[in-house]
Design a protein around this ligand. Sequence first.
Ligand code: AHR
Length: 503
Amino acid sequence: MKKASIVTDSSFAVGKIDPRIYGSFIEHLGRAVYGGIYEPGHPSADENGFRRDVIKLVRDLGITVVRYPGGNFVSGFEWEDSVGPRESRPKRLDLAWFTTETNEVGLHEFVDWCKKSGTEPMYSINLGTRGVDAARSIVEYANHASGSKYSDMRIANGAKEPFGIKLWCLGNEMDGPWQMGHKTAVEYGRIANEAGKIMKWVDPSIELVACGSSSSQMPTFGSWEYTMLDECYDTVDYVSLHRYYGNPTNDTPGFLARTMDLDDFIHTVVCICDSVKGKKHSRKSLNLSFDEWNVWYHSGAQDREIWKRDKWGRALPLLEDIYNFEDALLCGSILNTFLRNADRVKIACLAQLVNVIAPIMTRNGGGVWAQTTYWPMAYVSKYGRGTSLMLNVDSPVYDTSDYEKVPVVDASAVLGDDGAVALFCLNRDMEEDVLVNADLRGFGDMKLEEHVVLHHDDVKAVNTESDPDNVHPVNAAGDTLEGGRAEIKLPALSWNMLRFTKK
Ligand code: AHR
């Protein structure tokens, strides 16, 4: 058995964890909305057509904010299509995903769903085919109390109280040539600044997310952030980061090390934000909104077939990645990375939430089930609240084709407001268990409340509607805690959550 050690202490604070790092994303794409959160006529649908069985799993997942309505979709979206009487809402060609958008679910319905699911909306605006004018009118519609054209339109459409949407994304992935209305960094920075400026004139309490690069792999990554922030630094509050990983070459150790890349990505964007701050002699610091992250690569071939057969169809089963056990391990490590960077990563969205590269799957007219990737998110969002702690981890290491000295043990620690300590640990070793000696003496007299382990002998194991618990966390036994020192066994290839509470 390999050995590792962890030292942490209540005074080693990285920073307060913003609960919005447990966010997710619903785009008008595939079956995320139609057949996902919304399916009138389904046995579990409520009076507004929302599936109660889906709402239950969303609530259990502990999701805080939900980004909406896109994604690439938003760059061609006219928000006015999505309000008013349903029967007069237009059908539109969605040029992002080559489907037809019926607008049966729109802004009012989504806000209603957020209330039911215990989440907050994070609304993205179209800075692709539209601009400053639509940006101010949607904020007026959503957030202004009354007595103006758009606020009165909202009231006439049935919502007397303003929606009070706090978080707004200034477009989506505007650096990507695939985006409708793709822009250069200067063009984007200018429009983000002008749109954001007058959005805040309408409602000064809102917070704005500027589009960073759509991935750290983009050739313009770095210069995009610097250039566009030079234009809009004073207006915006966060910079977005997006990143999806895959394992197409079936290299599990390399795949599980991808969070080394994620960590570099985060640190680079922090440095760029701070260098623009320095250049501008600004007193304000920007934080990060990692508003799209996940594993995404399983569904590519299937999607191409669907588009061949049914271009312009409604609610096509697009991007329906079926996640396996190793995907769940990487998601656990991604969450560790956000926690370790909790001083600057203030928002993060697991993209997406239902059916589309999602932790929750449904069958039209049928059941709902949790994919493998549901589990680390469910536990971290529940117990990862409070203060993120620095850790000194002494772990065996391994090399991959991209990274040297990847720690076998990947960990994060959270001190809850009730004094409980949660440790989240991944053992990346394919064969060997690791015995971890955790020094927790700085927390006083604690007891080990719970050790939950996610493991499966087959890295490719999945959950299905008929076998939803195939990859599922179970309780572990056999650890010890004496004199503030814990001896914890992390089984080979496993994700673990340990909780220590005050005696
Ligand atoms: O989440 C799926 C897509 O990935 C989003 O629409 C887009 O922003 C990203 O490229």
